[in-house]
Design a protein. Structure first.
Length: 443
């Protein structure tokens, strides 16, 4: 007697592009809201390391969005994150950079490309194509993407920034010759740009009127995209599999949560909650102290360099943070790490005193991009991980270290195995890293 086949996860699509800046985030937000308005339960995902887009996704469709990462995640964690789509009617994944962009050295499951995420989930690709400055030639680009990886299903293209009816007709002629489906054509509109700053988009919580913007995107997509054809193109072949999300680093976790501290990966927080940990949010910007009963204070990344003066003046927050660290651990990631340091120099060159729990001094006065995957082997324990543990994460910031006198927390390397100077540091119960943790590197 044949064994019953395991249930599959809902079908889905990956929205990608040839390059960053093609308009895929706007398309994704419009699709999420428009499909949800039709009564569909839509599960959003983000391919690759991104701390900002998932919050926009959630605002668009009402379901928490999660990152799928083939470089940092092993099979067990990838499956656990993918299982967040249970109960949805379809999934919409947003790619990172260009469809096939990744690193040169293979990670846990692959090179970190959006194409790998689509392949792992069985999702066809819809390519958002910026056709400004070209007409029939756009089909050559699209055809290259459609045929570059023959095993990757290709659903079609959504044309973006179309200048006129004549322009659209010419582009469509090229696509017809190439045998590619055009699922929509979006006229050029300057008001569809999401506001940005140095790490990409501003945060969803900072958008002056995010709900109105998303409503506008959805109306725009309904007017210019064949939503029925998009939904019909969704596929999926990934079986529902058991998997474990990351375990919590403590039972009661005081989590800094405001516009200066918001870059926490959703799958981490979901794993902490699923394991029974209590997350106790507080706002350093509002001068709220962490809960005195917390076992751990966790400061995520964010934009402390934009609020350095307010943070330096947050006396209740700073006093309670210092008192906590006398007996219990505190950990900071990127922006949180900078706040644990002695000083932060803003873009105007003004030096702001920080918590002083570490000797770290950082500067945003002269910007320098630090970007990429990181693999770290802990020299000593940090909250939730013993010494010798290998971790995988991602670093993305423009701040420069001026002083780092404390012992390193870890030996840190980039995706190709080359050491980087941002090793993190430790002093007493305080630890910090410039990379955002994604997963333990479990064999």
């Amino acid at each position: 007697m044949n064994e019953p086949l395991p249930p599959l996860l809902p079908p889905g699509l990956l929205i990608s592009a040839p390059a960053s800046g093609s308009g895929k985030t706007t398309v994704v937000l419009g699709l999420l809201r428009a499909l949800a308005q039709e009564g569909r339960a839509v599960q959003p995902f983000k391919s690759g390391p991104d701390y900002i887009d998932p919050a926009f996704h959630r605002a668009a469709c009402g379901r928490a969005s999660f990152n799928l990462d083939t470089w940092a995640m092993g099979e067990t964690l990838f499956s656990a994150v993918a299982a967040a789509s249970r109960g949805a009617d379809l999934c919409i994944g947003e790619g990172s950079m260009g469809l096939h962009d990744g690193v040169a050295t293979r990670g846990r499951l692959g090179f970190g490309t959006s194409a790998e995420t689509a392949r792992a989930m069985g999702w066809p690709v819809i390519l958002v194509l910026d056709v400004s400055g070209q007409a029939q030639s756009a089909a050559a680009t699209a055809l290259g993407f459609a045929t570059y990886a023959p095993d990757l299903p290709f659903a079609g293209v959504i044309l973006n920034r179309v200048a006129s009816a004549r322009h659209e007709r010419l582009v469509r002629l090229g696509m017809e010759r190439a045998g590619l489906a055009v699922l929509g054509a979006l006229p050029r509109r300057g008001d569809l740009m999401l506001p940005e700053r140095h790490l990409g988009l501003i945060q969803a919580a900072e958008h002056p009127d995010l709900e109105a913007a998303i409503v506008g995107y959805a109306a725009f997509l309904r007017a210019h995209v064949d939503l029925a054809a998009v939904a019909a193109a969704a596929r999926g072949n990934r079986p529902l599999a058991s998997g474990l999300l990351p375990r919590p680093p403590a039972q009661r976790i005081a989590l800094a949560s405001d516009t200066a501290f918001s870059f926490a990966y959703p799958h981490l927080l979901e794993g902490w909650r699923a394991a029974g940990a209590q997350i106790l949010p507080f706002s350093p910007l509002a001068d709220e102290p962490p809960d005195p009963s917390a076992d751990l204070v966790w400061l995520p990344g964010g934009y402390p360099e934009l609020h350095a003066g307010r943070l330096a003046a947050a006396e209740r927050f700073m006093a309670r943070l210092r008192a906590h660290t006398e007996t219990r651990p505190v950990h900071g990631e990127c922006g949180g790490y900078m706040v644990l340091g002695t000083a932060l120099i803003d873009k105007a060159g003004v030096r702001h005193p920080m918590a002083g729990l570490l000797g770290l001094v950082t500067s945003y006065e002269t910007r320098k991009l630090h970007l990429g995957y990181r693999r770290a082997v802990l020299e000593v324990a940090m909250p939730g991980h013993v010494a010798g543990t290998a971790l995988r994460g991602h670093e993305f910031h423009y701040s420069t270290i001026l002083e780092q006198p404390d012992p390193p927390l870890a030996r840190v390397a980039d995706a190709d195995g080359h050491g980087v100077p941002e090793t993190g540091s430790r002093r007493g119960h305080a630890t910090g890293t410039f990379f955002h943790l994604i997963a333990e590197d479990i064999p």
